[in-house]
Structures are given as structure tokens and as C-alpha cells.
Design a protein around this ligand. Sequence first.
Ligand code: GTP
Ligand code: MG
Length: 348
Amino acid sequence: MSNANLAELGWGGFFLSDMSVDEVEKLVPVRVTDIHKSAVGVIGEAGSERLNMTLDLVEQGVTVGDWLLKDPDTGQPVRVLARQSLLKRRNARTNVDDQLIAANVDTLFVVSSCNKDFNVARLERYFALAHQGGAEPVLILTKADLAADPESYVAEARRSLPGVQVEALDAMAPDTPAKLATYCGTGQTVVLLGTSGVGKTTLTNALTGLDQLTADIRSADARGRHTTTARSMHRMLAGGWLIDTPGMRALRLSEARAGLEVVFSDIEAVARECRFNDCAHESEPGCAVQVAITAGEIEPGRLKRWQKLMAEDALSAETPVESRERHRKLGRAYAGGKARGSIKRKGR
Ligand SMILES: Nc1nc2c(ncn2[C@@H]2O[C@H](COP(=O)(O)OP(=O)(O)OP(=O)(O)O)[C@@H](O)[C@H]2O)c(=O)[nH]1
Ligand SMILES: [Mg+2]
């Protein structure tokens, strides 16, 4: 494959500069399209193939969209190249390890629908994830054809996500690929994220010409059936690459301070004017955030969501030692509380 073809796969100087002279001579770059238990699907010079999943790769952490170096003599992957962008989330069950979602992505299509799926708090999470990981978020509101007033969803998104790029559409309409064309050209990589049933695979089919499985949602609550079960990357008709993903149940952010700063830049700017550095924005004197709320410039619900995400972020950034220390203090406070409680009861 010529360099032009590698460029079609999203290759560029960024990745080349991560290779040593020796590696450039001996190894070939391939891009990960899907991941299995014991193998990774890749595409490169020689087209598509499967490589063995090695312990090294498991240890390095490999995800869809990654560039790998392959040794053509052994047919084995050698290492993962540095990433231009990386989307990851905290494992909601353990709250310790991270799950890598996709790498080397230019645009994150945050997919929601013009129905009960629409949820501002969830959108703020997705947008913070994108900004943190180095991808440009774009909100895609599907099922505009089924909504009485799709523009009301667009308006609410604009209120909650200042400067948002948003498209309300019917994922199956013939003009959908044209509406999204700016993000889908040669060399571009897009990933779709959203809850189950919002139309990620329907969009994938529209943008790639494939015929991947989709399924109806439950009419009562607009919930999907988790039809897609694994992430996979496909070539778009417009020349770029698209990563379809399974519907997400919960999105817990992982060390997303910088991403939150972008999504809540309005609150962060006001909070810098507070008299105290550690202002909790509740009843402290000189709290600029409370002044802005009284003036109707910041919505109280938005402040609460920001505070919740900041608290969650502080937890995700904790080292194991800090986490143990916090649990120890909590345990002590709990024991103390119980003791005080029993004294009170005695006194009654
Ligand atoms: N009318 C209409 N139906 C849509 C639109 N987008 C998706 N659908 C339908 O919504 C249902 C769910 O779509 P999928 O593409 O399977 O949703 P998904 O996001 O891939 O769901 P998971 O794979 O479960 O995460 C299917 O019946 C689609 O035909 C749209 O814009 N308009
Ligand atoms: Mg799907």
C-alpha cells in the first residue's frame, strides 16, 4: 500500500514520528478495526486480517482505532503507537480500571433521540469525555421525523451545551449522509456513542452502505435492546472511518477535569471570581456563582450537575492510597456517628 493508502486509513506524521528508524525499516503499521478474545482485526497495506492478541498488547491496552506495528516476518503485532486522541471511561462496577472506548478519533457523534432518551446530564458527560480525550463532539439528535417539535430538543441542547454543534435528523432519510459529510471525508475517523436504540447502527448503515443489524425500541420508554454487542470500525462511503459501538448503560468519567472545564466553561469562569478559592458555591460570602444564579445567568440544576461531575472526577483521580485513606476516614466517621447516636439514645 502506498502512503496515500495509509493516509486513507487515517495515518499521518503524528504516528510516523512515534516510530524509530529501525521500526520504519522492519515493521508495518496496521489499524485496529475490531477486538476479539484472542485476536485483533486490523486493516493495512495488505488489506484486512486477524492478528493474534498477545500478552504485550493486553498489557499495553489496545482499542479500536489504534495503530499497531506488525512484524511481517512473524505476523505478530509488536506494539501500540502513541494516540492522537483516546476516549475512555471508568469501569462503573469497580471504579478503578478504565475501559478504552476508541482511539485516534477526530469526531465523537454523541447520539441521542428526540424522545425520552434525551437527557442533558448524560449529554454533558459525553461532551466532557470527548473534550478530555481530544475528539470534537457533535450532537446528533435522531428520530426528528417522529417528534412533534424536534427544534425544542435542539434549543434545549444549545442552552445546556454552549456553542454545541448539533444536527436533528432522521437517520434513515436519504439526505443524512450529506448533512454529516463534513465529518466523514477521507482521513477522518468518527465514533458513535449513545444509549441503546438511539440509532447508532442505523446511522452506520446510512454512512457506510452496510446492512448491520438494528432493532426496534420499546415504545413505553424508548429503550433499545442492546442489538450491537461489540465495537467495530468501517469505511464510510465519503472515505473516512466510522466506529459503531454497543449502547452504553452508564457513562462514568475517568479523570476528566479538562473536559469538564470545557463543558462548564461558563460556571468555571464565574467561579474564578468567588472570594474564596475553595468556595463550595452554597452560602459562602462573596460567592460569584450564587450571584449569577440569582441574576438568572446560571441555572441551579446546571450548577448541581457540575458539582456532581466534579466530585465524581475527584474520586476517579484518587490514587489507591488516597482511596484507602478516604474509606478509613469514612469508616471512622461512621463508627463515631453510631457511638454518638447510642449516647443520645441513652440520654433519652
Ligand atoms: N423513525 C426513525 N427511526 C429510527 C431513527 N434512527 C433509528 N431508528 C430506529 O430505531 C431503532 C433502533 O436503532 P438502532 O440503529 O438499532 O439503534 P442502536 O443505537 O444501534 O442500538 P444498540 O445497538 O442497541 O445500541 C431501529 O428500529 C431503527 O430503525 C430515525 O432517525 N428515525
Ligand atoms: Mg447498534
